[in-house]
Design a protein around this ligand. Structure first.
Ligand SMILES: NC(=O)c1ccc[n+]([C@@H]2O[C@H](COP(=O)([O-])OP(=O)(O)OC[C@H]3O[C@@H](n4cnc5c(N)ncnc54)[C@H](O)[C@@H]3O)[C@@H](O)[C@H]2O)c1
Length: 477
């Protein structure tokens, strides 16, 4: 039975017919299992699109914060949407899987899939726990949609888990729809995705998945946009996400490799990137040389991808990703080596001894506009400097609370000026607008020595040099 006859921008011939939700509600009720960067943003944005939504997490503190209208992380634009949708009564949060099972028609898996402690593979234990807890509690048919980034074969394994734990008469189904949101831009990416990837195995699952995204299509139609949908099998959907992140990581490591070559040839990687980026086949995005990529996705995804493909017998196909990872890791030690050189400390077999120096570090997050410090190059460099004996004073506009839990032993400063004060060396490691726009003359009066490493090539060298700074970018003559 059609769910709505409203026109949609996707081809009606290709799209399955929308189906009625098993709960009997007018539109499918949605749950998001895991309310981290992915799940909370989704829960809030889909409530904004008009769905009734329940966010579920095992972290009671996170659920309490969300229920009180406080996002547990920094994401531009999310606070207002959270509060508006809580007030509208469309959005709730819980730690109860029974409540989620009773409420929802479509359940999105949004839990973490971090790197395992004992190797490169993805840790799927959170997925297993979430799916099992939901499946045993389901009182009727439902669709479970994977959004977490997972290795090939996971969707089929999740269907097996569901078959094992849910009542067979409910014929609970699994679909997969990988997620491409970027932290710092996540609200826009969820409301207005540049594409959707859908994998499902029955017309009912397809119809329910489209019904669960009808708000996205309707918004696009109202704005005269199209949202391309790629429909594929489970393995393709799983690989799309891994392939996309591998490509992005490779592009960043490519330009960082060029940056290494620039340093030994006297070339300037920023001009090189600009020149090659004008070619539309190459493009200029993700082509900024610096301290490399980090975050909760790219590093662990390229490792999990290699590990899984190795298990499947095609390890050689992804051997280049090992090199991509190595180039990326080298960026972090590059800053340490440059710091030692600029501070006139020899770099021995155990690294440099930076004791007695004070280093100001600007940035802790893996990129601007987030508070996420997972595998952040900035924090990794701060750790290296600290371990080498430097007295590190760090400031970040949003990431200090998270940074403190990872690296408690350095000094966190309340302002950029305080981090720069009395420093023998300044390292700019995250390209926050506040740092880009900093006045080098003002900062120059605060520093003990006017020496700066621009780890993101985000400062204007001419301005800093004119203010008397000894400026060092990455891969710049
Ligand atoms: N963060 C991103 O930008 C992004 C983008 C695309 C895809 N992804 C993928 O999305 C997934 C989640 O990433 P994230 O950044 O949101 O991670 P996160 O660590 O911020 O959030 C994961 C959440 O899952 C919760 N959780 C753990 N076990 C649970 C369970 N059994 N039931 C309910 N909740 C549980 C945790 O408490 C946490 O709040 C990962 O697979 C990631 O690769 C993330």
């Amino acid at each position: 039975m059609p769910y709505s006859s409203a026109p949609s921008p996707f081809s009606p011939a290709a799209a399955p017919e929308l189906v009625s939700p098993p709960s009997g509600a007018a539109k499918p009720r949605l749950t998001f299992l895991g309310t981290g960067y992915l799940g909370a943003t989704y829960a809030i944005c889909f409530a904004e699109l008009g769905y009734e939504v329940l966010g579920v997490d095992v972290d009671a503190d996170k659920i309490a914060k969300l229920s009180a209208g406080e996002p547990p992380f920094h994401e531009p634009g999310l606070d207002e949407l959270l509060r508006a949708n809580l007030a509208a009564g469309r959005l709730r949060f819980t730690t109860s899987y029974q409540e989620a099972a009773d409420f929802g028609d479509v359940h999105f898996i949004c839990v973490g899939t971090p790197q395992r402690d004992d190797g490169l593979s993805a840790d799927l234990s959170y997925v297993e726990q979430a799916v099992t807890a939901l499946a045993v509690a389901l009182p009727r048919k439902a669709l479970i949609v994977g959004k977490s980034t997972v290795p090939a074969g996971t969707a089929a394994w999740v269907q097996q888990l569901v078959d094992k734990h849910a009542k067979p008469e409910y014929e609970v189904e699994v679909a997969w729809s990988p997620e491409f949101l970027q932290e710092g831009h996540a609200v826009e990416d969820v409301l207005r995705p540049n594409r959707l990837v859908f994998a499902y195995e029955s017309a009912w699952a397809g119809g329910m998945l489209y019904a669960a995204h009808k708000g996205v299509f309707d918004l696009a139609a109202a704005e005269d946009r199209e949202v391309p949908v790629v429909t594929c099998n489970f393995a393709t959907a799983e690989l799309v996400k891994m392939a996309a992140n591998s490509f992005l990581a490779t592009k960043i490591s490519f330009i960082n490799a060029m940056s290494e070559v620039c340093e030994v040839t006297g070339a300037d990687v920023t001009l090189l990137a600009r020149a090659i980026g004008y070619d539309p086949r190459i493009g200029n995005r993700y082509l900024q040389a610096g301290v490399g990529f980090g975050g909760g996705c790219l590093p662990k995804d390229i490792r999990a991808f290699q590990a899984r493909v190795q298990e499947l017998g095609a390890g050689e196909s992804l051997r280049f990703l090992h090199e991509v990872d190595l180039i990326n890791q080298r960026r972090r030690t590059r800053v340490l080596k440059l710091a030692a050189q600029l501070l006139d400390r020899p770099f021995g077999p155990a690294g440099p001894d930076l004791s007695g120096t004070r280093i100001g570090v600007l940035g802790a997050t893996f990129k601007p506009n987030t508070d996420d410090v997972r595998d952040a190059p900035a924090l990794a460099v701060a750790t290296l400097l600290h371990k080498a004996g430097a007295d590190v004073h760090l400031y970040d506009p949003q990431g200090m609370e998270n940074a403190r839990t990872v690296l408690p032993d350095i000094t966190y400063e309340p302002t950029m000026a305080a981090a720069v004060a009395d420093s023998d060396l300044l390292c700019v490691l995250t390209e926050w607008t506040e740092f880009r726009n900093a006045d080098p003359t003002v900062l120059g009066h605060l520093a003990r020595a006017k020496v700066v490493i621009d780890g993101r090539n985000c400062l204007d060298p001419a301005l800093w040099i004119a203010a008397g700074w000894d400026y060092h970018g990455m891969g710049r003559a």
